[in-house]
Design a protein around this ligand. Structure first.
Ligand code: SAH
Length: 225
């Protein structure tokens, strides 16, 4: 059920310039309090980023809305997300497209996110414990790719996994606190190469290679949640 606080959040996002009704409706139907730590439940609908397990963060709702709008997701799309984190962004995307594929390197975060997807009966999200720098070759190509962790350069493998005409949104830049020079960037893959458009300055946690704990059994198909 949609709470008053969810409706207020959507009104605030509208005021901040989010205009895509499908995106606003997806956010309205996704209870953010399910994705934050209990201690921060009271802040779930404030427009702030919040800490989650493993030293990571759930992005502020405005950034989630902004990135989702910029990604221009359609109902038939298959979307790849790098950095499942709490699962909130994947949950919002899942309301807008055919299938979300989401990769996370921290197992405890992934397990929590999977439990949330099950609880909310989001059946079109496929998860993978792994390193986003390696992409997801078994499921490529994707119509859309969203990075929710910052990297100095977009990994070439991810550009290769994007369909021609596809859109990728990514925070590009050095990890904080080295500098605050991350930019949210939109890339469109065309026959002539990748067209890049700079969107706005952002602060994301860094994209880190590898999986904590090292080697894992490959789980190429992912696990349906
Ligand atoms: N989209 C998330 C926010 C993610 S924060 C949400 O809605 O809550 C960024 C996440 O990216 C963190 O959980 C971090 O562990 C993960 N991450 C960082 N580097 C990664 C990599 N190489 N592969 C996969 N996930 C990565």
């Amino acid at each position: 059920m949609t709470s008053e606080r969810q409706i207020e959040l959507v009104m605030a996002l509208r005021g901040q310039g989010i205009t895509d009704e499908r995106v606003l409706s997806a956010i309205e139907r996704t209870p953010r309090e399910e994705f934050v730590e209990e201690a921060f439940g009271h802040s779930a609908y404030e427009n702030v980023a919040l800490p989650i397990a493993c030293g990571q963060t759930i992005s502020q709702p405005y950034i989630v809305a902004y990135m989702t709008q910029a990604l221009d997701v359609h109902a038939r799309h298959r979307v790849l997300e790098i950095g499942t984190g709490s699962g909130y962004q994947a949950a919002v995307l899942s309301r807008l497209c055919r299938m979300v594929y989401t990769i996370e390197r921290h197992k405890p975060l992934l397990k929590q996110a999977e439990a949330r997807f099950r609880k909310l009966k989001l059946e079109n999200i496929v998860t993978r414990l792994g390193d986003g720098f390696q992409g997801w070759p078994e499921q490529a190509p994707f119509d859309r790719i969203l990075l929710t962790a910052a990297t100095p350069e977009v990994p070439q493998i991810l550009i290769e996994e994007l369909k021609p005409g596809g859109i990728m949104i990514a925070p590009i830049g050095r990890p904080v606190p080295e500098s605050f020079s991350q930019l949210l960037v939109k890339m469109i893959k065309t026959e002539q190469g990748v067209k890049r458009e700079d969107l706005l300055p952002v602060v994301f946690v860094p994209m880190v290679p590898g999986v904590p704990g090292g080697a894992r059994k490959p789980n190429a198909e992912g696990s349906e949640t």
